[in-house]
Design a protein around this ligand. Structure first.
Ligand code: NDP
Length: 335
């Protein structure tokens, strides 16, 4: 492999307009770098926001799109120690540029993952399941029988939350937006372990009381949406519980009712997996978590979300589809 075809953007703007397919010669392999053939890479909301120029971290332009994905090591430099030929690897941090057929990466930018899980699971392991895992572990001490409530429950993060929580015996109240095929979506989320699947409107209805006759009020609310949806989640928290915001799909600020602060002393916090990975760059926490997630995957307890596999040449359609509401399928570029 001597050249790479990549999805590159030279200015910020509408993704399907500013991204283009370019082929370049690969740089020479250096002592501490590895030649990686990419296998698959998802199109996530943060990738879209980076191209639009609205994300918290932005690359120098021109940039190759994509922050996660899995590749296979084809060749290693003379001093490489942590990866070997044949290994599957994922990025250690955001911003690597994964939407390309091949690349020469520094070994420090890569983490190995086992190759006995599916390509789709490996390609989508480093961001959403890690986010779900940390949010369920680091903020409230959750015991079997406890409850977590979350919006955007059919997102990649939401589905990982459902499955990881179910594996730990934690109830999930999963909130989704209403849609024509709501029953089908509900059945699918229940099949992967959701205890309750409700639509946004139900959060304001008396029938919520019936749920809390069966399971305790949530200690933890996970907010990937913002706006009214977040406020409604807050109303159902236990006294002293935490609402953790990790995404803002509605692009609306979070409003916290005064009563929730005064009478229930709720904690309002945020989580960013990129920061977590940077904070744990020099310890074993990432590796330990990836191993635990792979154990769940092998046990059939954690699967990748439904995916639409797209060839690199069909990137216009994939980028547009990744931005459509109610699509319920992760667009994944396969190289
Ligand atoms: P997906 O692309 O898998 O799913 C997107 C989700 O957002 C769907 O559930 C969709 O619901 C919902 N959605 C889209 N638009 C709206 C809207 N206007 N109002 C309410 N819901 C909406 O997303 P990911 O799981 O990959 O990411 C979800 C969010 O989490 C993103 O904001 C992402 O940036 C963030 N994230 C944050 C991380 C962190 O570390 N903080 C890490 C990973 C992700 P529907 O089916 O109804 O359209």
């Amino acid at each position: 492999v001597t050249e790479s075809t990549a999805l590159v953007y030279r200015s910020h703007g509408v993704p399907s307009q500013v991204v283009q397919l370019e082929t370049h010669k690969l740089p020479a392999l250096e002592a501490k770098s590895a030649l990686v053939k990419m296998l698959a890479a998802p199109i996530n909301p943060s990738d879209i926001n980076m191209i639009q120029g609205t994300y918290a971290i932005l690359p120098d332009l021109p940039a190759v799109g994509g922050n996660e994905g899995v590749g296979q090591v084809l060749e290693v430099g003379s001093q490489v120690q942590t990866v070997k030929v044949g290994d599957w690897v994922i990025p250690r941090d955001a911003g690597l540029g994964t939407w390309r057929t091949a690349a020469v990466f520094s070994e420090d930018d890569l983490v190995t993952v086992p190759s006995d899980i599916s390509v789709l699971s490996a390609a989508s392991l480093g961001v959403n399941p890690c986010t779900a895992f940390r949010m369920l572990s680091d903020f409230e001490s959750l015991m079997p029988g406890d409850t977590v409530i979350q919006n955007a429950a059919n997102s990649g993060v939401g589905q990982a939350v459902i499955q990881i929580a179910a594996a730990k015996g934690i109830h999930t109240i999963s909130v989704v937006r209403d849609r024509p095929d709501l029953q089908q979506l509900t059945d699918r989320l229940k099949a992967i372990g959701a205890t309750y699947v409700i639509k946004e409107e139900t959060l304001r209805k008396p029938e919520m009381k019936d749920i809390f006759k069966v399971c305790p009020r949530p200690k933890l609310a996970l907010n990937g949406v913002g706006g009214k949806s977040a406020t409604e989640l807050l109303r159902h928290l236990q006294t002293g519980g935490t609402m953790l915001t990790y995404g803002g799909m509605a692009k609306q600020p979070v409003t916290v009712p005064v009563g929730a602060l005064i009478f229930k002393d709720v904690k309002v916090r945020g989580f960013w997996v990129t920061q977590w990975k940077r904070d744990h760059k020099h310890d074993e926490a990432l590796r330990v978590m990836l191993e635990e997630l792979c154990t769940l995957i092998r046990a059939g307890k954690l699967s990748a979300p439904p995916c639409t596999e797209v060839g690199m040449k069909d990137f216009h359609k994939a980028l547009d589809n990744a931005m459509k509401p109610y699509i319920s399928s992760k667009q994944i570029l396969v190289m």
